[in-house]
Design a protein. Sequence first.
Length: 446
Amino acid sequence: MNNDTHSQTEASPLRFLFFSAIGIFLFMIPMRIDGEITIPVAFLADLLGGWAGPVLPAAASLFMGIAAVGSLIAAVRPPQGGFMNSLFAVDLSWLVIRLLGFILSIIVLFDLGPEWLISSATGGLLLEDLIPLLVTVFLFAGIFLPFLLQFGLLEFCGAVLSPIMRPLFTLPGRSSIDCAASWLGDGTIGVLLTNKQYEQGHYSKREAAVIGTTFSVVSITFSIVILSDMNLTAYILPYYITIVAAGFVAALIMPRIPPLSRKKDVYADGGSVSREQPRPDSMNVFQYGFREASRTAAGNKVSSILTGGVKNVLDMWIGVLPVVMALGTTAVVIAENTPFFAVIGSPFVPLLDLLQVPEAVKASETMLVGFADMLLPSILGAGIESELTRFVIAALSVTQLIYMSEVGGLLLASKLPISFIDLVLIFLERTIITLPVIIGCAHLIF
C-alpha cells in the first residue's frame, strides 16, 4: 500500500463522520427560524425563493423549454455523452409530456389562455406557487445530496437498522434515511434521494417503489400550513400522533399487497442478487456499519460533491419540472372545473356515516380530490363546521401521500418503476387503510 492510499484509508472514518454530519445537519435537523420549524435545506430554498421569487416562474419555463427542445433534438440525433443522453433521450410519451409542460408554462406565464386554465387555482397555482418551490428545493437538495449519498451514512444506517426495517417494512436499513429526509424536510427530497439510490443499484425495483410511495411524506412545515388552513393549529400534537399512527399502519400493509408486492426484486442493471452484504459474526451491527461507512468514504473524493450535485440539479430541473407542470395542471383543472372528484368520492358517504363523521356528504367531496393536489382537500373542507371532520380531512390529505401536482409527478418523472395506474391504486389503498385509523383517533381527541 502506498503512502497516499494508506493515509486516505486512515482518514476515511473521519471523512465519514465529518461529511455525514454535514448531511444530517442540512437535511434532518429541525430548526426554529423566525418562529417556524424548518430544516437548513428548506430554509435556504425559502430564502432564495423570497429573493428571486418574481423571476422563478420564467426561469422554470426556460428549463422546461430546454427540456422540450433538447428532447426534440435528441429524438432526431441522440446525444453521444452518457449524461446528456440521460437528460434528453426519452420515449415518445415523455416527449409529448415535456412539450405539453413547456406549452402550458408559456400560456400561464404570458396569460395567453382562458381563466380556467391560467387562474391562481389551476395553471397559476403550479407555475407561480408550486414549481418555483421545486426549483429552489431541487437546487439546494441536489447540490447537498452527496453528503448523504457518498460518504458512508447510508451504509452505516443500512447495517444498524436492517434488523428493524426488514421485518417491519420489507426494506433495507438504509431506507430509514429516505424516510427521515422526507419527514423532516420534504417529500420531494425523499423521492430525489430514493431515485439516486435506485439508479446506483442500492434498491431493487420493489424496494424503490415501496420507499417512493410509502415513506416520501410531506414536511412538517407543509403539515402546519394545512392545519392553519383548517383552523386547527391548536391540535398540532394530536394531529402529528394521528399521522404517525396512520402512516405506520399503512407502511406495514402497503408493501405486502399489490401493486407494490408484485414489483420484482431486480435491480436497475437487471441483477436479482441482494446487494446487502451479510454481517460477519465477529462484529456487532455498529462495528460492521462503521467499517462499511469508512470504506465508502475512502472511495469517494471530496470533488465529487460538486460534480454529483450539479448533475442532480440538472437532472431534476430538466426531467421533472415539465412533468409536474403538465400532469399537475391537468389534474387541478379537472378538480376545479368538473364534478369528477365529488362524484367518485360519493361512495365514501355510507362509510363516513357508519364511522359517525359529521357532515359526511361534504367530507366525501374531499376524500379523493387530494390526488390532484394536497392543498385542495383543506381548501374545499375549510368551511365545514365540525372540527372532527376538518381534522379527519387534514390528516387524510397528508397520509394519502400521492398527489399529482408534485410528488406524483416527481415519481412518474423519476427512474423509479412506478406507473400512473400504480399511483392511482396506491392512493386508493392508502385512503382505505388510513381513513379508519384517522377517524378512530379523531373520535378519541374530540
